[in-house]
Ligand binder design. Sequence first.
Ligand code: PMP
Length: 394
Amino acid sequence: MVSRLAEPNLHSSRSNLEPLMIYLDNAATTPPDPLVLETFNDVYATFWANPHSLHRPGERAEQLLAQARAQVAEVLGGSGYRTLFTSGATESNNLALKGIPEFYKARGNHILTTNSEHPSVEQVMVWLEAQGFVVTRLPVGPDGAVTPDQVEEALTADTILVSIMFVNNESGAVNPIGEISRRLANHRALFHVDGVQGVGKLPFSLAETPVDLLSLSAHKFFGLKGSGALLLRERQQLSPQLHGGGQEFELRSGTADVPRAAAFAKALRLATEDLESKLERAKTLNRMLRTGIGDIPDIVCNSPESASPFILNYSLVGIKPETMLQGLSAEEVYIATVSACSSRKAMISPAILALTGDRERAGQTIRISLSHRTTSEEIRRFLDIFNATISKLR
Ligand code: PMP
């Protein structure tokens, strides 16, 4: 039995323009919250001055920017951390993963990561290898995650950086980043976490998980696209990747985007409000989906039970994922095949391949991703349409 949920009436994922759509591609992106847009517009209208200018309007814009930085660090429980605003998590990942090795290369040339990272991490690793760094990619287990023991055993005296994602964007697998950060406390390697699919959805605090660098992206939690952050310790140095006027503590040049920074802080604050109850609702909806889809023959669930409830990945036997996607799209139901970042290129999901070891299965994946606004009514309708579409296509 599925318990009755307290449904959020103001926060349905439906808008007036698309009254019938069921949007279950929230891991690709979320729509901007009207309150976030309001913050962006209000701040832009009033605090448009260059925050680096020394005149009064500039100073006011700078104060607001400082407030946004402090708010982000505070929401994440990060005293002793600073927030550096970027154009998104791709930039945050690039800045951390190029900037740290470049800065610390005299200390060692070994970098530790996993075989299931987002392309904005994995492709930097490929680039680092071409620069002469040695990269170890730890294989994830059947739960899609690496273990703290694996990390500890792979550390060498030359390891300067460990980069492990919080939640996998395709399977929802959750890495034990808290325990890993504790194991790394006595090693000089810095710990970077791609927190994009976890922070704002699962409980997270820098006080409990004191990573050295954390990448975030606002459009995954109802913020704006082109809006990211890299949180890092106050005295942390790295080699900047954008050279210029020395903004963002000399680490990322370019005139700061104050309204976007304020909108980022607002989106993060909204996302983390009532996080526990949002998470409980997502768990209930996830259970409804697992039960409903579990009854259909020839569909295999790739997401481990321990995964984030916001992401469910399946392999379809006998139906091409893109055919399924089109069938559902015709009914205004929107899900994903492999992640949006790579879905126009390869049709094999590297993360699902790493998790299952099965190439065929990794080529047949669909991803259903929820948000805290998804309703049980939407899931019920989704299951009906999903079942009907499968019957039609088989
Ligand atoms: N890391 C993960 C885990 C992601 O899911 C994404 C977005 N697909 C990114 C990084 C890149 O984020 P952005 O779109 O802000 O560049």
